[in-house]
Design a protein around this ligand. Structure first.
Ligand SMILES: Cc1cc2nc3c(=O)[nH]c(=O)nc-3n(C[C@H](O)[C@H](O)[C@H](O)COP(=O)(O)OP(=O)(O)OC[C@H]3O[C@@H](n4cnc5c(N)ncnc54)[C@H](O)[C@@H]3O)c2cc1C
Length: 459
């Protein structure tokens, strides 16, 4: 067995910078070191970590160890016929795009940032703006290799170890460490999309626009002005798009239709003071953004359509040192409208400003036991962390979400209560059974799994 790498104790946080927790951190250089850490590390519990883009405590393990996969990031092989890429788990979506977009391949499913790892994408079963059409990342996932608590490496696919496959997809790292995965990419003619921007004056128009968009557009997302009230409640900008063909590009873009965008060097240098994002500034910003945005058709580069937030590095610092909580829920189709009105009214009445408020439609759920999407609508709101008053409001939103049959997204969460989780995720007991089968000692735990009592550690 290889030597156990040394750990260091470090303060760690997710993308929201809240909570910050001290954890023992391992940063293995080679795959074989992972097995040694799993079987021989003195800490009682472990959790894998990709690029730390989950917002809350999913990749934290207070009192235990966190395994950074970042050095295990090699592209392993590519079969151009099948468009199948095998890569190690810490390869980022950005690296895949940089390498394969110039060769005419793109990710069939991508979240709103490309700076996440393949392992993190599988563990959260991420979705993009095209869930209604293409499902989550797992629909493009052929198989992966998982290092379990016992030190075994199991190949998991729909046909092989399939119960472990569906527990791991969306399982937030609690079934083991994903070593590498095989993903199917999609052929594209250009690196551009044909986008259509439209204003929706209220929530009904926004929802109608999004649902109608599902028929005609591969990608659809709405930005909501969540400070608007009364008749304007839910007023939004709709951004819908289809991949652009070569014949739609300008003559200059046609010269290099698959070129990747230059990396942005804009960066928020430090945590901004709290007054920067006060409700007054945000109201002005929201109104200006809503009114000033040009409506109509445009040909946009993939970067500005799929990853507008990636244009500014460390943009999470605009929320200051206390950090940000992202509250993302999905609501069933039948109750979406009513639930969204209640949620948005509650948020607007609180005077809290959400800088980012995003609405997307979601299609059929898959067999992932803790996978987030269900047919309906998903709403994501960002709130600067202010303390217990914010948590109280989010708990009151959770109660509404439960009443309407929805659930919170674990990849964003840091405050949902354990008693709500089982109702939100009806397959939780099945997940626990499979986890216990492969990890009877509950070796893989995180701060999230402990808070939500997904795992019960023996002392
Ligand atoms: C700006 C922004 C936009 C986003 N937009 C979307 C969106 O549109 N749709 C969406 O679905 N999500 C979205 N997310 C959330 C993000 O995609 C997920 O949280 C994703 O899991 C982050 O991947 P990561 O590599 O940073 O993982 P981390 O944050 O490091 O970890 C996330 C989870 O994955 C587990 N994990 C990581 N690597 C491994 C591994 N090798 N083996 C086993 N488990 C592992 C961790 O234990 C943890 O539970 C967004 C996040 C940000 C910051």
């Amino acid at each position: 067995m290889v030597k156990l790498p040394r750990s260091r104790e470090l303060p760690l946080a997710g993308w929201g910078n809240h909570p910050v927790e001290r954890c023992a951190v391992y940063r293995p250089e080679r795959l074989d070191e992972l097995a040694t850490i799993v079987t021989a590390a003195p800490e009682t519990s472990l959790i894998g970590r990709g690029h730390g883009r989950s917002y809350g405590d999913a990749a934290l393990n207070c009192g235990g160890a966190v395994i950074l996969h970042e050095r295990l990031n090699r592209l392993l092989s590519f079969d151009p016929e099948a468009a199948a890429l095998r890569c190690e788990a810490a390869v980022s979506l950005a690296e895949i795009i940089d390498h394969f977009l110039p060769r005419g391949f793109f990710l069939p499913v991508t979240p709103g940032t490309k700076h996440i790892s393949v392992g993190g994408a599988i563990a959260a079963d991420v979705h993009g703006k095209n869930h209604h059409r293409d499902g989550t990342i797992s629909s493009q996932l052929l198989d992966f290799r998982l290092l379990t608590a016992g030190g075994d490496v199991l190949t998991c696919s729909r046909d092989e170890n399939s119960e472990l496959f569906w527990a791991t997809v969306g399982g937030m790292g609690l079934t083991g460490l994903i070593l590498d995965a095989r993903l199917r990419l999609r052929r594209v003619e250009t690196a551009w999309v044909h986008a259509v921007t439209q204003r929706a004056p209220d929530l009904d128009a926004a929802l109608d626009g999004i649902l109608e968009g599902d028929r005609d557009y591969a990608h659809a997302v709405a930005w909501i002005d969540c400070l608007a009230r009364r008749r304007s409640l839910g007023r939004s900008l709709l951004f819908r798009a289809n991949p652009a063909g070569l014949d739609e590009l300008s003559p200059s873009a046609r010269l290099a239709p698959l070129s990747i965008s230059a990396r942005s060097w804009l960066r928020v240098p430090f945590g901004l003071p709290r007054f920067a994002l006060n409700p007054f500034n945000m109201r002005v910003f929201n109104t200006a953004f809503y009114l000033a945005r040009r409506q109509g058709h445009s040909i946009e580069n993939y970067e500005s359509y799929f990853y507008p937030l990636d244009a500014i590095q460390q943009w999470n610092r605009v929320y200051g040192k206390r950090g940000v909580l992202q509250y993302q829920v999905v609501l069933p189709l039948e109750t979406s409208r009513e639930a969204l009105v209640e949620i948005l009214e509650r948020v607007a009445a609180s005077g809290r400003a959400s800088f980012l408020a995003v609405l997307k439609s979601t299609g059929p759920a898959n067999a992932g036991l803790l996978s987030f999407p269900m047919p309906g609508t998903t709403l994501a709101l960002d709130f600067p962390f202010t303390g217990p008053d914010l948590l109280e409001m989010l708990h009151s939103l959770d109660e509404r979400v439960l009443r309407y049959g929805g659930r919170v997204y674990l990849a964003k969460d840091c405050c949902t209560r354990a008693e709500h989780l089982a109702t939100m995720y009806p397959n939780l007991d099945r997940f626990r059974d499979i986890k216990s089968k492969y990890d009877p000692e509950q070796r893989f735990c995180s701060s999230l799994s402990r808070r939500l009592r997904i795992t019960e550690e023996t002392a």
